[in-house]
Write a protein that binds this ligand. Structure first.
Ligand code: NOJ
Length: 573
């Protein structure tokens, strides 16, 4: 662990550059009370596991009061804990337990929208209320009967299907929800809304949290005028995000938030989730001179296996050169100003080893390790999603009734109503559903993988008998031990943190080769990201004479031949 647990103001300004963040999706991490749902005491009981892994920061997905329409990303009280997850005192214990072990806590900040059950929205429903303007209320389209199809103020499509507008009979107006109807969008144009959000953030900072992961934060600044988008043939509504993302006041709002909460002054970690952000935009947001955020989550590399302009369910093959060149563009784009976050998966994405690696028994372990090596040796702050460290895979649901995620369930319903072929729809769900990431963490080979004494809210992946944390701990060649070494490398070698990035062999279909250079030190990564043997083209690598091997998947070797998913990390100079 880096020495970062000190009083916030005494931390190095950019301590988060040498940190590794571990994401916990609380519902699926560890259940302490047998109700089948993970909870905060369950997390606190596993802190030694995280400390042993060596991570510096835990990012906790939402645990606030919530009707759980979107598993907590619909918050009804920002300053209380949902009983599903525990109590405020449990969170205080978690913060204390992390700090005692030199780790930090980053909370999820979901302020593009609240729950429709939040007191602010309840008040806002009354047209005469001073909070009416805290949300986006609009009359029906001119000349169309309110509440009838086509009367929505704009033709925008919500993230979880249908219109972004819900009709409220009481006032005869519509409210905007970019996600589900139970997630009304806050109106950031209203200064009182912004003040209330900053006040809430300060409340958490005073309670000891060390930063914020900001949910869809680039959607908070809506266009000055809400106008129709272009409907893609075959669909009813127009994509909304591209009309709303990276809005004209976003930089201003982020700078105001930074100053009001003292995000930089208090050395807090800030990472903004930004679907639709370009590298140029991310560079502005993360340029420290501008006082906005430390880093953003790009969506580009997790969109390359979907058809351009289509939905995430419209699959296409992913080609390695496209993937590595995309990440390289972000590396180059943020080389002089700004900072990257590095992730393969999270609670919204399929499992990394199933999507980018090969989760067959022959290659699961090697591909999980090689993917981790490639990720952690790019320049930026790596994020590890629970279970990724020991190579958890996608699950094997075959019926729609097994899915719980609102996005998956709504997509299926819509696809069926449009007459799409059921096999195709189930295939897309199997590969892309967010539930793949949400099955319980597989701790050991006991019943329900040691996740709960009760019935898990989402079935455990049947492969838990062999794929579990205890088995990985017992095997020195497991992805878990590999990840531990990668994290240690970052803490030991400044070149891993600060080294200049270069991609070699950008067009190679199997090999991912990169260097990182700082002063006279250079790190070289040679990775075969395919399930076939690969050969390094003659003369394409730096001279390996005197090179020190730092970490490999298949033992020490400088041969030009690499086994499927073999990777090697060398220190030169
Ligand atoms: C992004 C979150 O990561 C996702 O889980 C959620 O559904 C949406 N934002 C809405 O909050």
């Amino acid at each position: 662990m880096t020495d970062t647990a000190a009083a916030p103001e005494s931390r190095p300004v950019d301590w988060w550059k040498s940190a590794v963040v571990y994401q916990i999706y609380p519902r699926s991490f560890a259940d302490s009370n047998g109700d089948g749902i993970g909870d905060i005491p369950g997390i606190t009981g596993r802190l030694d596991y995280l400390a042993d892994l060596g991570v510096d920061v835990v990012w906790l997905s939402p645990v606030y009061s919530s009707p759980q329409d979107d598993n907590g990303y619909d918050i009804s009280d920002y300053t209380d804990i949902d009983p599903t997850f525990g109590r405020l005192s449990d969170l205080d214990d978690l913060i204390a337990g992390l700090h005692e072990r030199g780790m930090k806590l980053v909370m999820d900040l979901v302020v593009n929208h609240t729950s429709d059950e939040h007191a602010w929205f309840q008040e806002s429903r009354d047209p005469a209320s001073p909070k009416r303007d805290w949300y986006w209320w609009r009359p029906a389209r001119d000349g169309v009967e309110p509440g009838t199809p086509g009367a929505e103020p704009t033709n925008w499509e919500a993230a979880f299907s249908g219109s972004t507008w819900a009709y409220d009979e009481r006032s005869g107006e519509y409210y905007l929800h970019l996600f589900s109807p139970k997630q009304p969008d806050l109106n950031w144009e209203n200064p009182e809304v912004r003040r209330a959000v900053y006040e809430m953030m300060n409340w958490w900072v005073d309670r000891g949290v060390d930063g914020f992961r900001m949910d869809v934060i680039n959607l908070i600044s809506k266009p000055a005028e809400l106008t129709d988008g272009v409907v893609v043939p075959g669909r009813t509504y127009a994509p909304a995000f591209e009309l709303v993302a990276n809005g004209h006041r976003l930089h201003e709002f982020l700078q105001e938030m930074n100053a009001a909460v003292g995000l930089d002054a208090k050395r807090l970690l800030t990472v903004g989730e930004m679907p639709g952000s370009t590298v140029e935009f991310a560079r502005d947001v993360t340029d420290p001179a501008r006082g906005e955020l430390n880093m953003v989550f790009t969506f580009e590399h997790v969109s390359l296996d979907a058809q351009p302009g289509g939905l995430k369910w419209d699959l296409q093959d992913l080609h390695l050169p496209v993937l590595k060149q995309n990440l390289a563009a972000w590396q180059t784009g943020l080389a002089d100003a700004g900072w990257n976050s590095l992730y393969w998966d999270n609670h919204d994405q399929p499992r990394a080893v199933s999507r980018f690696g090969d989760d067959s028994p022959a290659f699961r372990v090697a591909s999980a390790k090689t993917l981790a090596s490639v990720q952690h040796l790019h320049k930026g702050t790596p994020y590890v999603y629970q279970g990724e460290e020991f190579g958890m895979t996608n699950t094997n649901f075959v019926e729609i009734g097994q899915y719980r995620d609102i996005e998956s369930v709504n997509y299926h319903a819509e696809a069926m109503s449009l007459g799409l072929e059921v096999e195709l729809v189930m295939h897309s769900l199997a590969l892309r559903s967010r539930d793949n990431a949400r099955t319980p963490v597989q701790w050991d080979d006991s019943s329900h993988a040691g996740f709960t004494q009760g019935i898990p809210w989402l079935p455990v992946n049947p492969n838990y008998v062999t794929v579990n944390a205890a088995a990985a701990e017992a095997d020195p060649d497991s992805p878990l031990h590999h990840m531990r070494r990668l994290i240690a490398l970052r803490h030991e070698l400044p070149v891993v943190v600060e080294g200049r990035f270069e991609l070699l062999l950008p067009d190679h279909e199997q090999l991912w080769v990169l260097t990182r250079t700082l002063g006279d030190q250079q790190v070289l990564v040679v990775a075969n990201c395919s399930s076939r043997p690969a050969r390094v083209p003659a003369g394409s690598l730096p001279d390996l004479t005197g090179a020190r091997s730092l970490l490999t998947t298949h033992g020490e070797s400088t041969s030009d031949d690499l086994a499927p998913w073999e990777s090697r990390i060398f220190l030169l100079g």
